[in-house]
Design a protein. Structure first.
Length: 283
């Protein structure tokens, strides 16, 4: 049995190390981008347009991942684009978690009319296609970082509300909650000290998943020129540009796609690993 338990924990540890390692590397690159970027991400050099990565013929040593059609360094633009992606992921994900988890806890534990109102609001909200809803909000609010964050929070809080509501209902039917109620504690105190700690692993998993979704939403909006200024480097903008020249300069499209894929996958795996590691039931 002891060997079996060790084998079960190994995949969890590997997920945490690999996903956490990539996200840590990405955060360091984003924070240090002004100092470690080989070139100015906005600087154009038409004589150095579409240079290949360093391992291909015709490359220049100062452009490690090549250049785009305007001669801008791909690596520098990816590092600066990571800053925007991570800001949106952290800020929008946290705000979405706070709003949705709070409403889900209230609906799941208090039941009654709070649950009816919140559940009906969630049903109405989820009737709108999320991507089209985001584009509509950006069109109304205008482009910019704040508008992107607001759009993500307004759209995605329902995911937290539904899952946390179901978890809170399940925990509210447990014997330990009934014992706390018999002891005379207030419902608000029970929700914070008894229900919330047992729902927290699920909230953490949803939070990291939401951060990955926020990165995707920002990339989609950048792809259709509804993010921040078109001059600022973004992964979605690089993908949109690389799509038009994929046969002449594949690296402009492929490298931002790889970074986007690894970031979203790492956020997802990090959440699952943390949930498995800290879930009191599994422990």
């Amino acid at each position: 049995m002891r060997d079996a338990r060790i084998d079960l924990k190994r995949p969890v540890g590997a997920r945490l190390w690999l996903s956490g390692g990539w996200l840590t590397l990405l955060m360091l690159g984003a924070l240090l981008a002004p100092w470690i970027s080989p070139h100015d991400p906005l600087a154009q050099d038409l004589f150095a347009g579409r240079l290949p990565p360093f391992w291909q013929d015709g490359a220049q040593s100062s452009y490690w991942l090549g250049t785009d059609s305007l001669g801008r360094d791909v690596l520098s633009r990816m590092l600066h684009g990571a800053r925007l992606a991570l800001i949106v992921a952290l800020v929008a994900g946290t705000l979405t978690c706070i709003v949705g988890a709070t409403l889900g806890l209230i609906a799941g534990y208090y039941r009654g009319w709070p649950d009816i109102i919140i559940s009906r609001l969630v049903d109405i909200w989820m009737a709108f296609p999320p991507v089209l809803f985001a584009i509509l909000l950006i069109a109304v609010l205008g482009t910019g970082l704040l508008s992107i964050i607001i759009a993500i929070v307004v759209i995605d809080w329902t995911r937290f509300a539904r899952v946390v509501r179901a978890e809170a209902m399940g925990q509210g039917a447990m014997d330990y909650v009934a014992s706390a109620q018999i002891s005379g504690r207030s419902r608000f105190s029970i929700m914070l000290t008894e229900i919330l700690p047992n729902v927290a692993p699920t909230i953490v998993a949803l939070l990291t998943l939401e951060m990955g979704i926020a990165v995707i939403v920002e990339a989609i909006l950048s792809f259709v020129n509804l993010s921040i200024s078109t001059d600022s480097p973004t992964w979605g903008g690089m993908i949109a540009e690389g799509r038009t020249s994929v046969h002449q300069a594949w690296w402009v499209l492929v490298f931002p796609l790889i970074a986007l894929f690894l970031t979203v996958l790492s956020f997802s795996q990090l959440g699952e690993g943390l949930k498995d590691r800290f879930d009191p039931v599994l422990r």
